[in-house]
Each structure stands twice: as C-alpha cells, then as structure tokens.
Design a binder for this molecule. Structure first.
Ligand SMILES: Cc1cc2nc3c(=O)[nH]c(=O)nc-3n(C[C@H](O)[C@H](O)[C@H](O)COP(=O)(O)OP(=O)(O)OC[C@H]3O[C@@H](n4cnc5c(N)ncnc54)[C@H](O)[C@@H]3O)c2cc1C
Length: 197
C-alpha cells in the first residue's frame, strides 16, 4: 500500500464522524485521506446482531428535515436501508455507500500509532506570539502509522470511544458489561420453562 506522503488533512477513523467529516472536507477541495485501522464503520460491524440504533431514522422529507442519523445533509439511512432503527451492519453499509458515492480516499487497515507537531521533528520552534496564549502552530503534523509516515497540515481525530471503554468511572462500574464487550451473534435468551402440575 502506498499512502500519500503529504496532504492537507488526515482524518483518523472511518466511523460516522470520520466519513461525515470527509464529505464536508471534499466540498472544500482539500486533499484529504481517511486512515482507518480496520474497515469503514468498524465499530458498527462489531455490534451484536440484535443491537439497533436508538434514534429513529426517518427522512421527514415533508418538512425537509435531516434524518437524525445521517452523516451528510442530503442522505438518509432510513431511505437507503428502508429501516427506522438500523442494525450495526446496516449502518456500516450506509457509511460505505456514502464514502463510495463521494469517492472519499479511505485507507483501511492502517492504524495511526503516533501524532506529533512537525516542528518537533525538524527541531524548529513555532514562532512566539506577544500574548501569553499558546503560539500558533503552522508546521502541520507528522502521523506515524502501521504503514508509512504521513505529513499533514491538519488532523481530525475521529476515533470514537466505542473501542476504548473506561471501566473505572464510578465504584462498581466493573460489574457492568460495556456494549463493545458484548460478543457478536444472536444472544442466547433463557427459554421459558413450562411447568406441569
Ligand atoms: C446500542 C447503540 C445505539 C446507538 N444509537 C445511536 C443512535 O440512534 N443515533 C446516534 O447518533 N448514535 C447512536 N449511537 C452512538 C454511535 O454509535 C456513536 O456515537 C458513533 O459510533 C460515534 O461515531 P465515531 O465516528 O465518533 O466513532 P466510531 O464509529 O467508533 O468510529 C471510530 C473509528 O476509528 C477507528 N480507529 C480507532 N482508533 C484508530 C487509530 N488509532 N487509527 C486508525 N483508526 C482508528 C475505529 O476502527 C473506528 O472505525 C449508538 C451506540 C450504541 C452502542
């Protein structure tokens, strides 16, 4: 795989945020690459089969309202999928369709393992400002990946929280299962037991 060496924007993560941001950036004609460690919509692909979107997905076209689960103003998972509450796989299909339609540059199987200011690499110091505010950085960024190193003027970090749950947010939290830890496949539901007298 050959990654672009120098781009305007790198978006890290091809979930809902990454794909939606990628479309918005494509309208600005910025050279953008989306780096995804797994596949488009990977978090959604990992949902158990029976898990569904909570927010009803409907186009409400009569009022020209945006579908609440859409990642662009002119698409609707409800219309694409013919579903009010999509499953994870269905929603990932929708994200793939949006990425295909807009011909987004998505590099899958590439994990970003490090991010630093490009000035730190060259040893130069960002120009200081007269105020006490943090100096503006104009040197861009260096991204270390499991493939090649990429230079970028800007970075959008869109890696979500699904894959890195915190288990210690309150006493007893470790007694609960985070949704990301629920395994795929149909849940084994307890069977009703019929008793006979
Ligand atoms: C049961 C359930 C129901 C939900 N219902 C709704 C709903 O109805 N409506 C709604 O809006 N939201 C809903 N959500 C929430 C929604 O799923 C999340 O808000 C959404 O997935 C967040 O999108 P994201 O792009 O920020 O993150 P993600 O979708 O998690 O995408 C992050 C991506 O980044 C990739 N990644 C992570 N680290 C790296 C790295 N270092 N390098 C490269 N790639 C990386 C991951 O592989 C992943 O593909 C629901 C969630 C659950 C669990």
């Amino acid at each position: 795989m050959t990654l672009p060496k120098d781009v305007d924007v790198v978006v890290v993560g091809a979930g809902a945020a990454g794909i939606g941001t990628g479309v918005a950036l494509s309208h600005l004609e910025l050279e953008t690459v989306i780096l995804e460690r797994d596949e488009i919509g990977a978090s959604f692909r990992r949902w158990p089969d029976e898990m569904r979107f909570i927010t009803p997905s409907f186009p409400s076209n009569s009022f020209e309202l945006t579908d609440l689960n859409a990642v662009t103003p002119n698409t609707s998972p409800a219309v694409t999928l013919d579903r009010e509450h999509p499953s994870g796989d269905e929603y990932a299909d929708y994200l793939e369709a949006v990425a295909d339609f807009h011909e987004l540059s998505v590099e899958t199987g590439v994990e970003v393992t490090g991010l630093r200011n490009r000035d730190a690499e060259t040893g130069t110091t960002p120009a200081s400002t007269e105020s006490d505010a943090a100096p503006a950085v104009d040197g861009g960024f260096v991204l270390e990946t499991t493939d090649e190193r990429v230079h970028s003027e800007s970075v959008v970090w869109a890696t979500g929280q699904f894959g890195s749950p915190r288990q210690d947010v309150f006493p007893g939290a470790d007694a609960c299962s985070h949704t990301s830890e629920v395994s795929r496949g149909p849940t084994t539901r307890p069977r009703a037991v019929r008793t006979t007298s």
